[in-house]
Ligand binder design. Structure first.
Ligand SMILES: Nc1nc2c(ncn2[C@@H]2O[C@H](COP(=O)(O)OP(=O)(O)OP(=O)(O)O)[C@@H](O)[C@H]2O)c(=O)[nH]1
Ligand SMILES: [Mg+2]
Length: 300
């Protein structure tokens, strides 16, 4: 059989997490119209009869590193590339800009095969416009393949998968058992859903100043002695200032209630059980500069 690790990398907002979710047909990675949604690597595994593709969704590579959180995100990207058998560079259907060139420079420092996937081609009315873009990219780097896709319309995805398979090594046996779809525990996926809804509901600096930790997760099936009829989840939203706490909660608690409702619905879809979700908001000053706090968000 064939198999291996595929790092999905690119600028913020190009559709990396959308691609991962679509490929494994499960919503495990947060998606939003705002840049820098993903903060750490998320693995998604796609199994075929004779292949196992392990995709790593990574944070978007940013122009400038502002704090420890950005540094952490960049270290995640580098780790994903180091571990990868193949890189899929995702870009927008535009001529490469300075940021794209910087990412290609980074890729060049690793000696790995790279497939270029030009996403969001649904936004291009006249497909002939793609030709100069493809040509331009091909001049900059020796991509193994250049494939136009649309994650939104599932366009070009089978071509992409076929090409990916070509560049994966042979395997004696799969790395992971077939029923495993991600490396992230449920608590992290739940925290990520809540964070995604914060990106959706709040504006300006609020999403960026927020972090989520699931502090308690009690499944009545595992704890019948608690006599609960729903999965009990208690999560804490960390923000950096008191004023941000007020914004998260909203007038009379209206806003956080809305957040809780939409997050709960999606958590229920994921775990396929009724959920009681309790949200708390705490201030953790300058947490984005606090490396140990950032690491603690990922480990349980
Ligand atoms: N029109 C169009 N929009 C897309 C497509 N793929 C993704 N998007 C949208 O692009 C936005 C960003 O998608 P994400 O998957 O969060 O992008 P990302 O690259 O993971 O972003 P970061 O995590 O911030 O690096 C979302 O609003 C998606 O719905 C596509 O094929 N066409
Ligand atoms: Mg993402």
């Amino acid at each position: 059989m064939k198999g291996g690790y595929i790092a999905i990398i690119g600028k913020p907002n190009v559709g990396k997490s959308s691609l991962l979710n679509m490929l494994i047909e499960e919503k495990i990675s947060s998606v939003s119209p705002k840049p820098q949604t993903t903060r750490f690597n998320i693995m998604g595994i796609l199994n075929y009869k004779d292949a196992q593709m392990i995709f790593i969704d990574t944070p978007g590579i940013m122009k400038k590193l502002k704090d420890k959180l950005d540094e952490f995100s960049l270290s995640e990207i580098k780790k994903a590339i180091e571990d990868a058998d193949l890189i899929v560079l995702l870009v927008e259907p535009k001529l490469p800009d300075e940021e794209d060139l910087k990412i290609i420079d980074l890729i060049k420092t690793f000696n790995k095969p790279v497939i270029l996937a030009i996403n969001k081609i649904d936004l291009v009315k006249d497909k002939r416009e793609l030709l100069p873009i493809m040509e331009n990219y091909s001049k900059i780097f020796d991509f193994k393949e250049v494939i136009p896709i649309s994650v939104l319309y599932r366009d070009g995805i089978y071509i992409l998968l076929d090409e990916i398979l070509k560049y994966l090594p042979n395997l004696e046996q799969p790395y992971y058992e077939e029923d495993i779809i991600t490396d992230k525990p449920l608590r992290i996926l739940v925290a990520e859903i809540i964070r995604e809804k914060i990106y959706l509901l709040y504006k300006d600096e609020i999403p960026y100043a927020s972090a989520v930790k699931v502090e308690e997760f009690i499944d009545p099936e595992e704890h019948p002695e608690q006599k609960r009829d729903k999965v009990y989840i208690r999560a804490v939203i960390y923000v950096e200032k008191d004023s941000q706490k007020g914004i998260i909660i909203g007038e009379g608690g209206k806003k956080i209630k809305e957040l809780g409702t939409i997050a709960r619905k999606e958590i229920e879809r994921l775990i396929k059980k009724p959920v009681y979700l309790e949200l708390w908001v705490k201030v953790k000053e300058h947490w984005r500069r606090n490396e140990s706090f950032i690491r603690s968000l990922q480990s349980l």
